[in-house]
Design a protein around this ligand. Sequence first.
Ligand SMILES: [Zn+2]
Length: 391
Amino acid sequence: MEAPERNFMAQHHRLTPLARDINLAVVGRMSDTEVVTYFASLRWGNETEQVCPKCGAIDTHYPRRRRRRSCHRPCGSWEEPTNPTWQCKHCQAIFSVTTGTLFDGTKLPLRTILNCAVLFLGPGNGASSVGISGTSGLAPMTTFLLEHRFREAMAADQPVKPFEGMVQMDGGYFGGKPRKSNQRQPKATREQLQRRFGKEPIASDDDKPWKAMGMTQRNWQKMANKRVVLVVTDSNGQRGEGSRAVSVAVARGGESAYAVGLMAKAHIAPGAIVFTDEAGAYTQLAREHEHYSVSHAKEYSNSEGVNDNHAEAFFSRMRRAEYGIYHGSRPLFLHFYACEAAWRHTHRRLRKSAMVKRLLGTALSLGPSPRLRGYYERRGRRAEVLIDSKA
Ligand SMILES: [Zn+2]
């Protein structure tokens, strides 16, 4: 008997039961203890022993099961805490499962964090903070910061090993798009376009380039927010199944030879075969790699099959998120939105429960975020993450 042929008409992975094996109903049926155990086993690898974040002692520490919730409640009013704490048997430090992690100091119940992770990973391309606010009942400011903690975990969970074999590389431009003028304007001249980033000083009152382009000065200066997202894809997957993993980085100066060189050095292994489009910055790759390019002015894939469509597939995902979900992002956060899209792309075929575990597991292994702690009190560190910034 002949071996059965591989079923190329198989169901799409988003339509299988594995794509919904954890959902709000499943989380709702978990008991409080099960939710705590879920987080504890993600953080400490087991359900019975805890690791003291202060002295590092591994033990079954004293559970502080009951505590007074508020001095305003009548005496004897005790409640099970939503984020229970332990006391260390050795140094008496009090800690919870979120102490010293990305969720350090959170007032949210663990169940809420789990629910939000499920909601965040539900859609394929991204989930807006206002959207999650509407379904979870949390304030949009709360969901914004919680989502950014998830994105920080995604940024820390990017592929570390350079890609080997077949690799595709490309750049996509995000942000810095000025609002269109209400009146139809003549096409910008070459000289105006060259000066569009507003770096040169304004010589005189007549010399206001935004006037010639029919813009306000503020709108014209917006163009300085334009950034390029560089992507490298691991294209060794099965034929027809897309790339296996992607790596991303954000650069300020467009697809410059400097930024492309740094990106290639970090994410492409020596000896890899690289496919790009015909942009000038990629010609340097031919020095260390077998390099092929496709002329996008003519075609997306040439007669020999040279293409960078896996890189374009990643940008399609990120562009859908930009237009349809986030409606743009500030340069300050672009790195994290790019890493989110890359994480979603790399792990797109994982079952949902594995995705949630991977995301929360990474978040619980990281320390508090200097970027997000005290964000609304303006204490958060505000610096762009760029590959080509000469620090
Ligand atoms: Zn201790």
